[in-house]
Design a protein around this ligand. Structure first.
Ligand SMILES: [Zn+2]
Length: 414
């Protein structure tokens, strides 16, 4: 099959005007100007017209199962206030609410151009049914905590690993997510890191999300420290350094690790993340919702860290009156661009595509249009000047005109 478009934006290569892509089965065979591929137009040719054809977006952090909590929790004063709100909201929900919510979120992501998502699963029983019900390429990270239930780290991990081993799917896969440094014991981090290395699994953790978490680990004090101590969490791991250093001490930092948030960094943290080849995932709208201090983008980029973008969940997206928020990585790119006005669109688009691919261990397979990549791509309408094509991409709002995942139309062009 050949797809033709006004402009093809491969991301890893400069845009191709009047471009085309050859696809066979679930792979891309060639990306070139239409004039070059026309002689090879043996099979079906679809002219998508006035569109930008680009790789499907890679959403490096999401909680699909919280989608229907959109607007339920107004922005809290402090992060621990939010945790309490979330705990009571979750107590009202059962399997049916989570399943419906997951699928609503997956539909939103498809409509807004994501083709691969790194999703955190609090209800692993949803798998594999929800995988079969979505066209998305999903990395499901099974969330592990164990603090409130006072469960042994070894038992928590064993349960997750047994679930992972029981799952097999051609397009989706499972991985491990110790929830956060504060909500886990160091032993769970150590065991998870070891298991992930041994089995070749990806690993992700929320880290240094809030000022309270930073204070808890660096100074062994503050509201989060007091709350967890009241809940009888062993606090001997506090007062030893930053949350990132805490992960380093427990063997978590490595090429297979996605550090989500990393908002509050100690002086050596950016260099530490870079030398261990960690990917950092920033979620711009969630960051805004919590009114965190500015994201340390400059320090991370200067150190050479692979920075990716994620949507986080709709439970942490600010909802204005009557507005219906949507999981939407284009929207995240535009909020991110507004928060970092000096940053070129050419630096932003890779954060929602190739950088996520690298973080998930699929470089050259997803997040770019190139020979042998999976046929994961989206088309968005475009009527502007060719020189503005990347800017237009990150400013795009609304639903994509077409989406293909693994060589099949998730949204067929009309
Ligand atoms: Zn999250």
């Amino acid at each position: 099959m050949i797809l033709r478009a006004r402009v093809v934006v491969p991301v890893s290569q400069p845009p191709v005007e009047n471009g085309a892509i050859i696809i066979s089965r679930n792979r891309i065979r060639a990306v070139a100007p239409w004039a070059d591929l026309r002689p090879r137009a043996a099979g079906e040719t679809i002219d998508l017209g006035e569109v930008i054809l680009l790789p499907g977006l890679v959403n490096a952090h999401c909680h699909l199962d919280y989608t229907d909590m959109a607007g339920l929790l107004s922005p809290p004063k402090t992060f621990t206030d939010w945790i309490h709100l979330m705990i009571s909201a979750k107590a009202q929900w059962g399997y049916a609410e989570y399943a419906r919510s997951w699928l609503n979120g997956a539909r939103m992501l498809v409509e807004t151009g994501t083709t691969t998502v790194a999703d955190i699963e609090v209800v692993p029983d949803l798998l594999p049914e929800v995988w079969n019900a979505t066209p998305l390429r999903v990395f499901s990270f099974l969330e592990m905590t164990g603090i409130r239930a006072r469960r042994e780290p070894r038992a928590v991990l064993r349960e997750a690993v047994e679930k992972i081993e029981a799952l097999a799917h051609p397009r989706c896969r499972a991985a491990l997510s110790p929830h956060a440094p504060y909500s886990t014991l160091p032993e769970l981090l150590r065991l998870s890191a070891h298991e992930a290395r041994k089995k070749g699994l990806r690993l992700t953790t929320h880290v240094a999300e809030s000022a309270q978490e930073f204070e808890m680990f660096v100074h062994a004090r503050g509201a989060m420290h007091a709350w967890l101590r009241r809940n009888e969490r062993a606090m001997a791991d506090c007062g030893l350094g930053s949350p990132v250093e805490h992960l380093a001490r427990n063997g978590v930092l490595g090429k297979n690790f996605l550090a989500v948030h990393a908002n509050y960094l100690g002086p050596k943290d950016a260099a530490l993340l870079a030398t261990r080849n960690v990917s950092v995932v920033h979620c711009p709208r969630s960051h805004f919702y919590f009114k965190h201090r500015p994201f340390p983008l400059g320090r991370l980029l200067q150190a050479g860290v692979n920075v990716c973008l994620g949507t986080d969940s709709l439970a942490t997206v600010y909802k204005a009156h009557r507005e219906k928020p949507e999981l939407n990585l284009f929207e995240e790119m535009s909020v991110f661009a507004a928060a970092h006005p000096g940053l070129s669109p050419k630096k932003i688009l890779p954060m929602a595509t190739v950088n996520g691919a690298k973080a998930l261990g699929l470089p050259g397979r997803i997040g770019e249009l190139c020979r042998n990549a999976f046929a994961d791509l989206v088309a968005i309408p475009f009527a502007g000047k060719s020189s503005d094509v990347v800017q237009a991409t990150i400013n795009f709002s609304g639903h994509v005109r077409a989406s293909m995942i693994d060589g099949r139309w998730a949204i067929a062009p009309d």
